[in-house]
Design a protein around this ligand. Sequence first.
Ligand code: PMP
Length: 417
Amino acid sequence: MAQVSTERTRTADAALRARARSVMPAGMYGHLSVNLLPAEYPQFYDHAEGCHVWDVDGNEYVDLMCSFGPIILGHRHPAVEQAANAQLARGDTMSGPGRVMVELAELFVDRVDHADWAMFAKNGTVATTLWLPIARAATGRNRVLAASGAYHGAAPWCTIKLDGVTPEDRANNFYYTFTDLGSVERAFQEAGPEQVAAVFVSPFRHDAGHDQEMTDPDFARGLRALCDRYGAALVIDEVRAGFRIVHGGTWEPFGVRPDLSAWSKAIANGYPLGAVLGNDAMRVGAERIFATGSFWFQSVPMAASVATITALREENAVERMEAAGQMLRDGLADQASSHGIQIRQTGPVQMPNLSFVGDTHFERAMVFAAAAAEGGALIHPRHNWFLSAAHEADDIKRVLEATDVAFAAVRRRDVRD
Ligand code: PMP
């Protein structure tokens, strides 16, 4: 295992940031922008292997961000790379899909309970935005309900920033509060139940900047019942959590099947792919709409996806992420209490979220993330982290060495203030 360098320079990163500032908006945009992160956090990376990443200055980190979710088996997983390379040697962006598209659709239909069909695109936002026309075409209705504050992507109908968005872009949105069934009922009444095409929901609350909130199975079942009563489609955003919590749909253990679901991130271990899955009731909607993209039929990401989904089950990925995540959670809890710092750890252990009690402006979280990065652990101050099946006990030990120093830095800051 490569050693973490103790002296971290950032000159190459700084030079690239300066060049980017003159030729790119704000030097970087979206959730990968490090403008809101500590200075110690790298923006540019050189290479990655397993659960390790190296920035452009050669600093190594144990990667607990996993590219914000896409890396689930570890960077450059051999079986995935082999499948992708074999497909690349035959062709990628061809004048139509390869046979692998049908194989992949069959695999999704086999692995995800509610799915009778699959269609593919790129990115989570495209998958979540495809819900709307499909549900509308299937139900003949226009309005949709979504949880306030939930992240479903960067399209005008759902983006978290309102600059550049018109009220008309969101004229058909009505909002409820996650896990409050009464608020869903009220949102149905406000929208007019006979006008609601779909209810969008996250498998659990994972909004950035908030503690995570697990789903009460009764909420999931109640939501299904309300959708059935009013004839609306139940639609789950699996983009972030898909395949990390269970091998299949995240609400399957509750016995709740959605009508549609959107997937991306982890389904191809880093290769660009999104998917919409649906049941037979929604098939007619998917058949009626016009949906396409120049790169949607690339075969390489689909070959990577078949290999990823196959390896996820063969390698017991969920259990391994749980084991590593539990070790991390227990270690962090012990460290926080020995440093006398109050923290909250929320959400599933394989998608950890750590916040500091009373840290409204994320000041402690920033000190913590900065010191962790200096110690060679890449974590985020206000977004959940991600485990992969490549995280072994030794890697978690190294993360915990970094976080022990990071808690001490938080403590020093608290004493100083
Ligand atoms: N839904 C959820 C729950 C997400 O976490 C994300 C990405 N963070 C998206 C949708 C959008 O996916 P993408 O960034 O690939 O467009």
